[in-house]
Structures are given as structure tokens and as C-alpha cells.
Ligand binder design. Structure first.
Ligand SMILES: NC(=O)c1ccc[n+]([C@@H]2O[C@H](COP(=O)([O-])OP(=O)(O)OC[C@H]3O[C@@H](n4cnc5c(N)ncnc54)[C@H](OP(=O)(O)O)[C@@H]3O)[C@@H](O)[C@H]2O)c1
Length: 328
């Protein structure tokens, strides 16, 4: 049997649980291509999967890795529009931490012009998450104001750029002056250091009491009450991360008075057709902005894939701004 190497998790645990091992080659099924991976990137979800708290969805590769870049080396049955040798990046349900991965064609994107294959590995997860939540779910408009929590995160650095590209006013939170300075360089209009000031109070000041039209939240329970308080009339709170817990009390009266909405979404477990629709939207709306130089991948550091544990330690330290890429 042909084989490849991948980062496996024989026993859930700390970063040392990640083990570079020989495993069987994936076989592309119908409507899939086989990609020889050049690079992948670390996502928060990978840390949870490594700890045993986030199993891959049914049918997905058991190895971590929600995105990759590389070259197509084989086509499964019924694939058209892509060829062997094409340079691509891809949104994955798993398996990016490997030398090869099978990818449904609906999750493939061409490497944008002007972006290296290594940088391209940092794009699929953040572009798909930000595009789907800020625009397909929250319908952020050019005249509106958005609050982005974790402005210096992988997600935050892309969200700042895309929200500015459509003309919205952008408020961000981060835990240090250095991170807020990086957010300002990317275009953020207002930076809030949540360690020094209550963010809801800062939002009130920055918006003259009106609040923001959209909040993109990664903290969940801990921020729910203040996020709702920060919404303007007809505001939309989109929760995509639960770093501050899952259960909190929701004041429906506050929502009702503002005619506001709370939505929570995740990307990984969605059906293929939904992922394909998101990826198509990214290709149509986000790729031209990247190729035009308006939006750029933000890569904090590139590490060898065999040292994936160091990448996980870096994300756990919270020191990074943007994405950590792992090169095969
Ligand atoms: N639902 C989905 O489909 C989906 C998809 C992708 C990612 N996500 C979620 O999005 C979040 C960001 O992901 P990522 O991969 O970009 O992770 P990341 O780069 O590791 O970012 C995590 C961020 O959390 C920030 N943070 C920690 N405590 C905070 C607090 N009290 N207030 C505000 N920010 C705080 C950290 O910045 P500071 O140093 O500034 O605190 C850090 O920038 C994660 O929660 C992830 O699970 C969800």
C-alpha cells in the first residue's frame, strides 16, 4: 500500500501529542481531487481536536488541518474544471496536516495571483469564515459599523480588511497595545484594549451611544450580555467562537427593544453544498480583492509541519498576530 506522512494524534493531550507518522495515502472519491500539500495552517479548532474535545465530522480525515495549499496530483471520478498540476488552496473538514489530502472540488480555490503557495495556506479558513458570517449571515453594509472581537487573531486580521474593503467602520478588541497597533495598520478605525477598558463602554463612546450594527464574537457566554448591549437598532450579533464559555442568560427584552438578532454558526460540519456555496462566494467576492492587493494574507510565522506542536504552543501563548503556517 502506498503511504504518506501525516500529523496524527494517537492519544489526546498537549502539543506533544502531535505525532509525525506513516499513514495510508488518501484516495480521492467521486467529485474529489488528491492534493499534494505544500502548506497548511493552524486553527483554534485544531487545538481542541488535539485535546480530544472536537472530533472530525463523520467521513472526514482523522488528522487535523482545516485548510491547505498545494498541487493537484490526481483526479477522482467525475471531476471537471481542474487538472493535474493546478496550484490550489482548499477548505478542508480535516487532514491538512499531511503530505496529501483528498478534497471535494467545491472546496478548491485557485492560488490568487500575487500570493505564494505558502501564504495561500493561510487563506481558506479565514476568508470562508469571515465572508460567510459578516456578509452572507450579517449582511454587513458599507454605511454600517462592525465590532470585531480578537482583532489580531487569524479571523480578526482578515475581518478587518474585508470590512474596510466594503467601506464599513471597524472597531476591534485586543489584549495589548502592540496588537491594536497591528489592527490599525490593517485599517481598524477604533482599537479597544479589553484589559484596560470595558469594551461595551468603549463602544458606547465611539458610537455616540448608537451602538454597532454587527458584532463578530469569539468569546460566547462571557461577552453575551455586553455584546447585546453594544448592538444598535436592527443589530446582528454573530457568535463564531466560545472561548469564554457556552452558557449565559440572554435578555430577550433587550433584543426585542432593538429588533436585534443573535446567530451562532460553525463551518466545519456543514454539508458539501453549503461549503461549496461559501467557497464560490469567496472566489467571486474576496479573491479579486486579494489579487488587487486590497486584502492580504497575514502570516505571523511559518514552521515545518513536522513541528506542528510548536505552532500549537504559539497559538496557545496568544502571542501571534494573524496566521501560523505549517510547511510540509
Ligand atoms: N465558527 C466557525 O466557523 C469558526 C471558524 C474559524 C474560527 N472560529 C473561531 O474564531 C476564533 C478565532 O480563531 P483563530 O483561528 O483566528 O484563532 P487565534 O488566531 O488563536 O485567535 C484567538 C484570539 O482570541 C483573542 N482573545 C482571547 N481572549 C480574549 C478576550 N477576552 N477578548 C477578546 N479577544 C480575546 C486573542 O487575542 P488577544 O491577545 O487580543 O486576547 C487571540 O487573538 C476562535 O474562537 C475560533 O474557534 C470559528
Amino acid at each position: 500500500m502506498a503511504g504518506m506522512r501525516a500529523i496524527t494524534v494517537p492519544q489526546p493531550g498537549g502539543p506533544e501529542a502531535l505525532t509525525w507518522a506513516e499513514v495510508p495515502d488518501p484516495v480521492p472519491g467521486e467529485g474529489e481531487v488528491l492534493v499534494e500539500v505544500v502548506a497548511t495552517a493552524v486553527n483554534r479548532a485544531d487545538l481542541l481536536q488535539r485535546q480530544g474535545f472536537y472530533d472530525p465530522p463523520p467521513g472526514a480525515s482523522p488528522y487535523p488541518g482545516l485548510e491547505c495549499s498545494g498541487r493537484i496530483v490526481a483526479l477522482g471520478a467525475g471531476v471537471s474544471g481542474w487538472g493535474v498540476g493546478d496550484e490550489v488552496c482548499a477548505l478542508l473538514a480535516g487532514g491538512g496536516y499531511a503530505e496529501r489530502v483528498a478534497v471535494p472540488v467545491g472546496q478548491l480555490l485557485p492560488v490568487p495571483k500575487g500570493v505564494s503557495l505558502e501564504e495561500a495556506a493561510a487563506l481558506p479558513e479565514v476568508t470562508a469564515t469571515v465572508w460567510s458570517n459578516l456578509f452572507m449571515v450579517a449582511h454587513l453594509r458599507p454605511t454600517e459599523t462592525v465590532l470585531l472581537h480578537g482583532g489580531a487573531s487569524g479571523i480578526g486580521t482578515m475581518a478587518i480588511q474585508l470590512a474596510k474593503a466594503v467601506g464599513a467602520r471597524v472597531l476591534v478588541t485586543a489584549g495589548s497595545a502592540e496588537k491594536l497597533a497591528r489592527c490599525a495598520e490593517l485599517g481598524a478605525d477604533v482599537g479597544i484594549n479589553y484589559r484596560e477598558q470595558d469594551f461595551a463602554e468603549a463602544v458606547r463612546e465611539a458610537t455616540g451611544g448608537a451602538g454597532v450594527d454587527v458584532v463578530l464574537d469569539i468569546m460566547g457566554a462571557k461577552y453575551l450580555e455586553r455584546n447585546v448591549a453594544s448592538l444598535a437598532l436592527n443589530g446582528r450579533l454573530v457568535v463564531i467562537g466560545l472561548q469564554g464559555g457556552v452558557k449565559a442568560e440572554l435578555n430577550l427584552g433587550a433584543l426585542l427593544a432593538k429588533r436585534a438578532a443573535v446567530v451562532a454558526t460553525s463551518l466545519r460540519g456543514r454539508p458539501l453544498a453549503e461549503k461549496a456555496a461559501i467557497v464560490a462566494g469567496v472566489r467571486e467576492h474576496v479573491w479579486p480583492l486579494i489579487e488587487g492587493g486590497v486584502v492580504r494574507p497575514v502570516v505571523h510565522q511559518v514552521l515545518p509541519l513536522a513541528e506542528a506542536g510548536a505552532g500549537h504552543r504559539l497559538l496557545e501563548s496568544g502571542a501571534q498576530v494573524g496566521k501560523v503556517v505549517l510547511r510540509v
